[in-house]
Ligand binder design. Structure first.
Ligand SMILES: [Zn+2]
Ligand SMILES: [Zn+2]
Ligand SMILES: [Zn+2]
Length: 172
């Protein structure tokens, strides 16, 4: 068995919550959830929108716009940037994809079925991204906002650090 036939690598390096899981199931579940929500909410998951989401789901890693354009081209979708950007805008607007400001890149949402405030853990060595939930209305920021009479609509939480796969490289 050659190295690219062994499933060990694919499974071991595709963490959800930095844990080992069946990533094929992960991708299928996320695509099915997106289809269900689009059907329910009357949104159009066009082939290019679906493809962009699928490409972002391939790895739990953020992809920049240029990398995404290349992958779209390889998948036979041409390389017209406006088409890709409009697809990204749609996916972000409806919460299927998040933008990671820190990396100026995009990542598929891990919880597309529910409204949520994402918090990201980003590995500074391999760019792996894990999405956790944050509850900005609770905690100290929420308290400060209430005291100031401020209504929080959106928070961006991006924690940078080292993932379990890279921890040995960071502390040799
Ligand atoms: Zn996965
Ligand atoms: Zn999310
Ligand atoms: Zn890492």
């Amino acid at each position: 068995m050659t190295s690219n036939q062994t499933p060990k690598q694919a499974v071991g390096r595709s963490p959800v919550g930095f844990s080992i899981h069946d990533h094929n199931v992960c991708v299928k579940t996320a695509l099915a959830a997106a289809e269900t929500r689009c059907a329910r909410d009357g949104l159009r998951l066009t082939p290019v929108r679906r493809k962009v989401l699928e490409l972002l789901l391939q790895e739990h890693r953020a992809l920049g716009a240029y990398a995404l354009l290349d992958l779209l081209k390889d998948a036979g979708f041409g390389s017209q940037p406006p088409v890709a950007y409009r697809a990204l805008d749609f996916l972000i607007e409806h919460g299927f994809v998040h933008k990671i400001e820190r990396l100026n890149a995009f990542v598929a949402c891990s919880h597309p079925e529910e409204a949520h405030a994402p918090a990201f853990m980003i590995c500074r060595l391999c760019d792996a991204v894990v999405e956790a939930q944050s509850t900005p209305s609770k905690g100290t920021l929420g308290e400060a906002a209430r005291a100031a009479g401020f209504h929080i609509e959106k928070t961006v939480v991006e924690a940078e650090g080292v993932c379990p796969e890279c921890v040995d490289k960071a502390n040799p």
